[in-house]
Each structure stands twice: as C-alpha cells, then as structure tokens.
Design a protein around this ligand. Structure first.
Ligand SMILES: CCCCCCCCCC(=O)SCCNC(=O)CCNC(=O)[C@H](O)C(C)(C)COP(=O)(O)OP(=O)(O)OC[C@H]1O[C@@H](n2cnc3c(N)ncnc32)[C@H](O)[C@@H]1OP(=O)(O)O
Length: 247
C-alpha cells in the first residue's frame, strides 16, 4: 500500500490544482448532487427507522443494487477539485462539506468575496457557513456528537486560513464545548484567520444555534516546508507596490 498522501492518483489531482485546470463547480450535474442528497436521506432514515426485519432486508437488497450501479464506473482518486463561483477551490469529496460526499454534513459555505490570493500578504477574512445536522450526527441524546462538531470547526477554520492566503494542514485544534449543539436546527459556523508565525497560521471560530454559541475553536495550521518556500520565492519575485517607501 502507498504511504498516506503519496498515492499517484492523488498527486495527479494535486498537479491539476497547481496547473490551474480546475473545472467550475457549476459543471457538476444536478443528478450528482441529487444522489448525494438521497444518500444522506437514506442514512438518516436508516438511523431512525423502526420497520421490521423483512422490510430492512428488502431495503438492504435495494441499497446493494444501487451500490452495484454506482460501482460500474469509478474515479481513480477520491480527490476532485472544483472552483466555486467566488473563486475558491474546493475538494468535492472531502468529509467536512464535500458536495459529492454524502458522509459530509450538509454544510454550505457562504461566498467569500474578499479572499486573499495564496501567498500574498495575508489578511483576516471571516468565513461563514450554514449547516443543519441530522439524527445521523447525534451523540448523547438530543445533541450532536462532539467529533462532528469538531469536524465542522476544523473544516471552516481551514477554509479561513485559505481565504486569508495562508493555508495549512491542521496541526492542532482545541474545542471548547460550551453548550449542546442541536441537530435538525440551522447552525451558523464562523471562522477567521488571526495571525501567523512562520509556517504556522492561527485561526478561531465558533458555532451558533439560534444566536447562542455552542462551541468555540482555536486551531493551528502548518504549511508544508516546500509550500512555504514557494510563497517566499513568489513574494520576493513580486514587484514592490508603487508607493513603497513613500510615507
Ligand atoms: C482544497 C480544499 C480542501 C479543504 C480542506 C479544509 C481544511 C481541512 C483541514 C484538515 O483536516 S487537514 C488534515 C488533518 N491534518 C493533517 O493531516 C496534518 C498531519 N500532520 C502533518 O502533515 C505534519 O505534522 C505537518 C505538515 C502539519 C507539519 O509537519 P512538519 O514536519 O512540516 O512541521 P513540524 O512538526 O516541524 O512543525 C512546524 C512548526 O509547527 C509547530 N507545531 C506543530 N504542531 C503544532 C501544534 N499542534 N500546535 C502548535 N504548534 C505546532 C511546531 O512546533 C513547529 O514550530 P516551529 O517552526 O516554531 O518550531
């Protein structure tokens, strides 16, 4: 088995990201999005169902048929990039909010209109997402699982570091669970980059349910050494602003 993160097909997807041939997210057919929604509904129905064994058995047979239909053609890699209308690059199969991943919670990121180009001088940009969890995300009775809450925050803090122009991998994430995060209730997830220290980007965020903060997070995101070196080279190659030195 290949080392994690070194799979050739995943590298092909990353190469696509670097050379800039990223399809538009609007090119995803409605049928693909509908399939994801149907599977999410299926998962919730499976969690909540109270039908008898015979009906479960019939349903399992139908699901197995559907699985076979989908396996008739598969992508070599789960990594698939697309550009959102606001210019952000998304990985459609990621587990945080991936449009093509039914396992991802229904989290929709609002357009980020003032994002900073990666490698340019970073600036804090607030990123906001809307999310509704379901019973399939529950933990203790009536509230969401803490790991799912952490997923929402990890993802949006990561997006915030990208929007600020200094993305990185999550190296540390601290969550403060202040109150129950409910499911079947609209949630607002917010995040923002705060500062950097060399390759480290720091971000904070929170989840609100009906205006009440249920969880807060701080995270540190570390850019791989080669990525940081490239930003450094790009910054050195950039021409000085016209008014540089005139104050
Ligand atoms: C395209 C759209 C995609 C959307 C994605 C949304 C975001 C999703 C976010 C994720 O889920 S990322 C996936 C989960 N995270 C990972 O897989 C990261 C796994 N870890 C690594 O790959 C490496 O540890 C990493 C590249 C992050 C860093 O390895 P390095 O060997 O390059 O760094 P090193 O360990 O030397 O640490 C660099 C600096 O960070 C510091 N550091 C590391 N962990 C830290 C921590 N937890 N807290 C504070 N500082 C930390 C470390 O002390 C050091 O500080 P100094 O430079 O000042 O010495």
């Amino acid at each position: 088995m290949a080392e994690p993160g070194t799979d050739t097909d995943d590298f092909a997807a990353l190469e696509q990201l670097i050379v800039g041939e990223i399809p538009d997210v609007t090119s995803i057919p409605d049928e693909a999005l509908d399939l994801v929604e149907q599977v999410r509904d299926l998962v919730e129905a499976t969690v909540l169902t109270d039908v008898g064994a015979d009906v479960r058995s019939a349903a399992a047979g139908l699901v197995a048929q559907a699985t076979e239909l989908l396996k008739a053609a598969t992508h070599p890699s789960a990594v698939r990039f697309a550009r959102t209308p606001d210019g952000r690059i998304d990985q459609l199969a990621q587990a945080g909010s991936g449009m093509l991943n039914p396992q991802a919670p229904r989290m929709v990121i609002r357009p980020v209109l003032d994002a900073v180009d990666v490698g340019a001088e970073p600036r804090s940009v607030e990123v906001v997402a809307d999310c509704v969890l379901t019973a399939a995300h529950s933990g203790p009775p009536g509230r969401a699982h803490g790991g799912v809450v952490a997923t929402l925050l990890d993802h949006l803090l990561g997006i915030a570091t990208s929007a600020a122009g200094r993305p990185g991998f999550t190296a540390g994430l601290e969550i403060r669970y202040r109150d129950a995060t409910p499911y079947d209730v609209p949630l607002e997830v917010r995040a923002r980059w705060t500062h950097r220290d060399g390759r480290k980007s720091f971000a904070t965020g929170e989840i609100l349910a009906q205006g009440r903060v249920t969880a807060e997070a701080t995270g540190v995101f570390v850019a791989p050494r080669d990525m940081q070196a490239r930003w450094q080279r790009d910054a050195e190659a950039r021409p000085e602003p016209a008014d540089a030195g005139q104050a």
